[in-house]
Structure formats: structure tokens, C-alpha cells
Ligand binder design. Structure first.
Ligand code: SF4
Length: 654
């Protein structure tokens, strides 16, 4: 037997770090490929794993670390494809005979990517294990038969050919990269890194959402064996993995998910790890999911609660994307059930789906508020994943979908939502891109912009609570709907640019559109970090830094709704006093109306009661610090305890 050929696998991610910690993801996908491939005796005999590259190091240095690479496989997603291209080019320049393989979610169907990237030799489509192993086996032969490798695009002379994907196999025999020891050298070599990882307990999703690249493979859920799962839990906890991102499409769908979580919770009790278990929960809440959330909370593992995802509230949109939501009553029931038990929930919404108009989108947000989801809407922009149904030319044409190639991340600390995320120190900053839907037949570009501005304002003013009580009163009394309240507030901002909300929204809108077109105009406030600040948080912080001005302007806005001046004054004062502004953690105030009874009926069981005019003495309290010198911003702004809500606890006192 001659010397083995060196295989390198690249699944490069950014390093997330603060002065106190450095954290990175283990390259799960790459590890899974190698664990599966080396089961083949021919692969084991002919190849050795030269290395797994999991951080975006300097391109030249990464290429130089590879010793006579025979094949380098790159896992491509929207956050690393441009980096992969640069590294692949460098490897090919240094080793022209090295085979370059691109695979992963960002490799589109067909062989067009080979035409664009002459330094890439092969593309793997679909699940990677089978094409990867079959390609390595084919390359053992003096005259490889690439036509026999499932899911492969390759060059035959001047032609580019693509083979049919392999049928989805049972995953029961897929070896675990954790248990095969594939990550052990990485963990041993980087004692300074706190690990995050992706974990699969099953693969596949029974649904088929048009925007999702899993949905295209609408497939039976294939389970990994319990023995493997238990072993992986022991490995992850034993190796101090802090953050587990469960990649199951619907955690809680299978009865055994509860057993899996109990096993994880008990391992956490013994080892202290992990700190967080994050999953995409089943789309049909049930008692099992409730118990799962209970277990997560009891063991301190929960960060986000269940996802009562809707994506859209429009029946037409749901038909277009092949999705069915739970009905309003069920949604509201589970929302309140989780809330009454003290658990947060969140609701995913996507902006820019086919068939969604500005009106239907704003009405959908308003409806979620009316159903009780006031503070946990997680809005995303619709993006075109290359392997989704939505990305196909026929679908795009049918729905008039236009996209903008938007920068996904380009510089340290600019990655939305990921404070401190950065490439390896001193690495080149290579921009990554994502195709974002910025216009559809139902939502012209101008409307798309307005819908975004509406959402930022609704999340900042309603989600955090700045104007939630006022909006709730006006909605409940049928004076103005939630959607129109925030649309009118947006209009007020545009017509009154000198007000604080007007000034704030001008900055938000400028930064947003600049970001879409690749300009560097991150939202930031001195003293709050250098990274891009989320728009809703920016709106909230601007208001709490100048509350007199904000609520003075809000009074002017609210006057248009024709409330009797005495009531308006009381409502506005109650609204303002309810928000956690810098100041005292406790206070006692008197009002002429019984606002607590009125709002707790609406936010509690959703059954409104009349607002009673009666003198009340109220105690406002907050368990954290509200003094600016004593940690207000850590308690209120940075703390995830609040989950996007910044209101006092209020009770009547004597
Ligand atoms: S979005 Fe979620 S539920 Fe829909 S197909 Fe994808 S994984 Fe399944």
C-alpha cells in the first residue's frame, strides 16, 4: 500500500469573541462526511484526513497549511461561500492537480457553478455523505467513472454533466463524527475556545415550505439511533460544549424527543454543560412541547421558548408557500398557556413572501398583536436559498420575485445580531452575500421598504412597550387598529422629521437601505458597542435616553385619535410610567383610572373589560437595577431576561 492521499475539509465559520470569551462552531457537516466516507474500506485504505478547517483564517496561510492536498472539500453556505472561493483558488494555484469539491446548501442545482468557477472540479448536490464517499471511491480508480457518483456535477471534456441525486437513505448507520473522535484533535488543540455545535437527532421534514431548501426534499423524518444520541450527549457535555444548536426541523414532533431532552438535562445536571439548547420546535404545539419547554426552563437551558411560527398571516401567502398554520384560536391558546406558565414564546414572520402586500403584511403584524403576541415577533427578510422551490425561474416569474444581492457580513462586528462576531484576527475581510427578496408582484419595492420601516417601528415601540399600552387601548376600543396605529405613527415620523421619533426613524431608514445596498452605515449609539445595533433596540434606546422629548412628541401624535383630554393625559402618563426608564426600581403613583385591571384582562385571557374610572394607588417594581450608574443598561437593554419587553410589574397598593 502506497502513501495515503491527503483530504482536507473546509467548513469555515467566524469566531465570536468578547474580551471574556472566544467561541466557535465545531465543523459538524464536514466531520459527518468524513465519518461516513471512511467506513468504506477503499476510502480508509487510500485516504487520510489532513485537516478540518473550521475558522476563517488568512487565505494564504490556510492554503499553506495543507500538505500536498489530493482533494479539498468545501461546505458552502451563505456565510462562507465567498471565503471558500478565495481559498479554493489559492489551493488550486498552489496545487493544480488537487481536486476541488464544493457542496452544501449554497451550491445551486445543476452544473452552472462549474462554468463560473474554473478552479472547482466537482459539485455535490443534496445530502453530502453519499456523493462524497462515492467520489472518493471513484477517484481511487485510474479511470474514474464520475457518471456513477450520485448527485455530482462534473466536467466531461467541455461539457458539464450533473448526475441524479441519491435517494435519501436511512441514517441509522451513519456514524457520529463526535463518537468517531473526529473532533477530538480540534478540541485538544484549542483549549481557549468555548464550543458551540450543531446536533442532529433526526433528519428530514414532513413539510415543504417554498422558501426552504429542506422543504424541496419533503421527506420522511429519518431518526438517528438512540444509542448514538445518548453517546453524543455524553461527548458534548464531557467536552464542555456550551451551546447546542439542534438542527432538527421540528423538535418535539416525535415522542422520543422528550426522552432525548431528559437525557440532555440529566447530563447537564452532572457536568454543568451545555448552557443553551436551541431548537426549531414543532409547528404543532401540544402537551409534549409544553413539557419540553418546562424541562428546558427547569434546567436553565432555554433561551427563546417555543417558536409559534406563522411566517405570514395571509391565507393567500400560505397557499403560495405550501404551508398551513394553526388556526387563530389554537395559536392564542398556546401563546397564553406558555405565558401564564412564565415562559416566553416567539413567532417567526417573513417579510417579502409571494402574494404578501404591504397591507396584508401590516395587518398580519397587527393580528399577531391582537392574538396576544406583543413582544416576540421575530421578523426575517425573505431570502432566496438556491435549492428552494422559490429560487426556481418559473416560481420567481409567477410571483414577480426580484432580489438584491445583499452583503451578509463583511467586517468584524457588523454582523447583525451577533455582537463581536469576527473573522480570525488579522484575516482578510471577505464579504459574503445573500439574495434578498426586495420586490414581488404583490409588494412593489417602495412598499417593501415601507413594510420594513413599519416593522422596525412596531417592534421598537410596541415590542419593547414604549407605546404598547396606548396602542392596545385604541385598538381595543375600536378607535384604530394596531396596523393603522403604527402605519400612522410612521407617517407622523415622516411628516415631523424634527421630532424624536422622526429623527430616529430617519436614521433607521437610512441605515437600513444603506445596508441593503452594501453601504457602511451601521446604527450605533456611543457607549453601546461598535457593532450594528438592531433597529428596534435603537428606537427604544433613543427614546429612553430622552424620555421627555419622546413622550412629548407621542402626545402630539396621540391627539389625532380624539380621546377626551383628561383620559388621554392619564393614559399617556400611565404608558410612560410603565416603561422601564433609567431611574428608580420601585415607585408608587396614583391614577384616576384602573388601568392595571383593564390591561391585565386584555393581556391575560384576552377578554377585555371596560376601563373603570376609579382612583388607584399603584406600586411599580422591577427586580433589576434601573439606576444608570448601577447597571440600567445591563438590566434592561442587554439582558435577555426581558425578551424584548421593558415594562414594570404593576400592582395596586394602599
Ligand atoms: S421551513 Fe421548517 S417546516 Fe418548512 S420545510 Fe423548512 S424545515 Fe420544514
Amino acid at each position: 500500500m502506497g502513501e495515503k492521499h491527503n483530504i482536507y475539509l473546509v467548513q469555515a465559520d467566524i469566531l465570536r469573541q468578547t474580551p471574556k470569551f472566544r467561541t466557535a462552531y465545531l465543523p459538524y457537516g464536514a466531520g459527518a462526511l468524513w465519518a461516513y466516507a471512511r467506513q468504506s474500506p477503499r476510502v480508509a485504505e487510500r485516504y487520510a484526513l489532513g485537516g478540518l478547517f473550521f475558522l476563517r483564517g488568512r487565505v494564504a496561510e490556510a492554503a499553506a497549511r495543507m500538505e500536498h492536498p489530493f482533494l479539498v472539500g468545501f461546505s458552502c453556505y451563505c456565510w462562507n461561500t465567498e471565503y471558500n472561493k478565495r481559498l479554493a483558488q489559492a489551493v488550486k494555484a498552489a496545487y493544480p492537480r488537487c481536486h476541488i469539491l464544493f457542496g452544501g446548501h449554497n451550491v445551486p442545482p445543476g452544473g452552472a457553478m462549474l462554468d463560473e468557477l474554473p478552479y472547482v472540479d466537482f459539485l455535490a448536490h443534496g445530502e453530502g455523505e453519499i456523493p462524497f464517499r462515492a467520489l472518493l471511491e471513484a477517484l481511487c480508480e485510474p479511470s474514474p467513472d464520475f457518471a456513477a457518483v450520485p448527485g455530482l456535477s462534473w466536467r466531461a471534456g467541455r461539457a458539464v454533466l450533473t448526475n441524479a441525486d441519491a435517494a435519501a437513505e436511512s441514517v441509522a448507520d451513519f456514524p457520529s463524527p463526535y463518537l468517531e473522535g473526529i473532533f477530538d484533535p480540534i478540541v485538544a488543540a484549542h483549549p481557549d475556545i468555548q464550543w458551540s455545535t450543531v446536533w442532529e437527532t433526526n433528519r428530514g421534514c414532513p413539510l415543504a415550505c417554498a422558501y426552504c431548501d429542506w422543504g424541496r426534499h419533503k421527506a420522511k423524518v429519518r431518526e438517528f439511533p438512540m444509542e448514538r444520541i445518548v453517546g453524543e450527549i455524553q461527548w458534548m457535555c464531557g467536552n464542555k460544549v456550551e451551546y447546542i444548536w439542534c438542527a432538527d426541523a421540528n423538535f418535539g414532533l416525535l415522542p422520543r424527543d422528550e426522552d432525548i431532552l431528559n437525557e440532555l438535562a440529566s447530563a447537564r445536571g452532572r457536568t454543568g454543560y451545555p448552557f443553551v439548547f436551541l431548537s426549531q420546535t414543532t409547528k404543532s404545539p401540544n402537551e409534549r412541547l409544553f413539557r419540553i419547554i418546562e424541562t428546558l426552563n427547569r434546567n436553565g437551558l432555554d433561551r427563546a421558548g417555543p417558536d409559534l411560527a406563522v411566517q405570514s398571516m395571509s391565507p393567500e401567502v400560505l397557499r403560495n408557500i405550501g404551508r398551513e398554520n394553526m388556526d387563530d384560536e389554537t395559536f392564542s391558546h398556546w401563546l397564553r398557556r406558555f405565558r401564564q406558565a412564565g415562559y416566553r414564546t416567539h413567532t417567526d414572520l417573513i417579510l417579502g413572501l409571494p402574494g404578501e402586500s404591504l397591507r396584508s403584511y401590516c395587518d398580519g403584524v397587527g393580528k399577531l398583536f391582537a392574538l396576544g403576541q406583543h413582544r416576540g415577533i421575530w421578523n426575517s427578510l425573505c431570502v432566496l436559498l438556491p435549492n428552494s422551490l422559490m429560487a426556481t425561474p418559473a416560481y420567481r416569474e409567477k410571483h414577480g420575485i426580484r432580489t438584491t444581492r445583499r452583503i451578509f457580513s463583511h467586517k468584524p462586528n457588523h454582523m447583525p445580531g451577533m455582537p463581536g462576531a469576527q473573522d480570525e484576527p488579522e484575516a482578510e475581510h471577505i464579504a459574503e452575500y445573500i439574495d434578498t427578496v426586495t420586490e414581488t408582484a404583490a409588494m412593489p419595492h417602495e412598499d417593501w421598504r415601507t413594510a420594513n420601516h413599519f416593522m422596525f417601528l412596531a417592534q421598537g415601540a410596541h415590542g419593547y412597550g414604549l407605546l404598547r399600552l396606548a396602542a392596545t387601548y385604541l385598538h381595543t376600543e375600536n378607535i384604530v387598529s394596531y396596523a393603522d396605529f403604527y402605519l400612522r405613527l410612521l407617517d407622523f415620523c415622516h411628516r415631523h422629521p424634527g421630532t424624536l421619533p422622526g429623527e430616529t426613524m430617519a436614521h433607521v431608514e437610512q441605515a437600513f437601505i444603506g445596508g441593503i445596498h452594501g453601504e457602511e452605515a451601521p446604527l450605533s449609539i456611543p457607549g453601546f458597542g461598535a457593532w450594528h445595533m438592531a433597529e428596534d433596540r435603537y428606537i427604544f434606546i433613543r427614546a429612553v435616553l430622552e424620555p421627555e422629548r419622546f413622550y412629548g412628541d407621542a402626545a402630539e401624535f396621540l391627539r389625532q385619535f380624539g380621546l377626551e383630554p383628561g383620559l388621554l393625559g392619564q393614559l399617556l402618563r400611565y404608558q410612560r410610567e410603565s416603561v422601564l426608564l433609567p431611574g428608580a426600581a420601585e415607585k408608587t403613583l396614583e391614577f384616576e383610572y384602573d388601568f392595571p385591571a383593564y390591561f391585565s384582562a386584555i393581556y391575560g385571557d384576552g377578554k377585555p373589560v371596560p376601563l373603570e374610572k376609579r382612583a388607584v394607588r399603584l406600586r411599580f417594581s422591577f427586580p433589576g437595577h434601573l439606576s444608570p450608574a448601577d447597571g440600567y443598561f445591563n438590566s434592561v437593554i442587554r439582558s435577555d431576561r426581558l425578551a424584548n419587553d421593558a415594562l414594570y410589574r404593576i400592582e395596586e397598593t394602599r
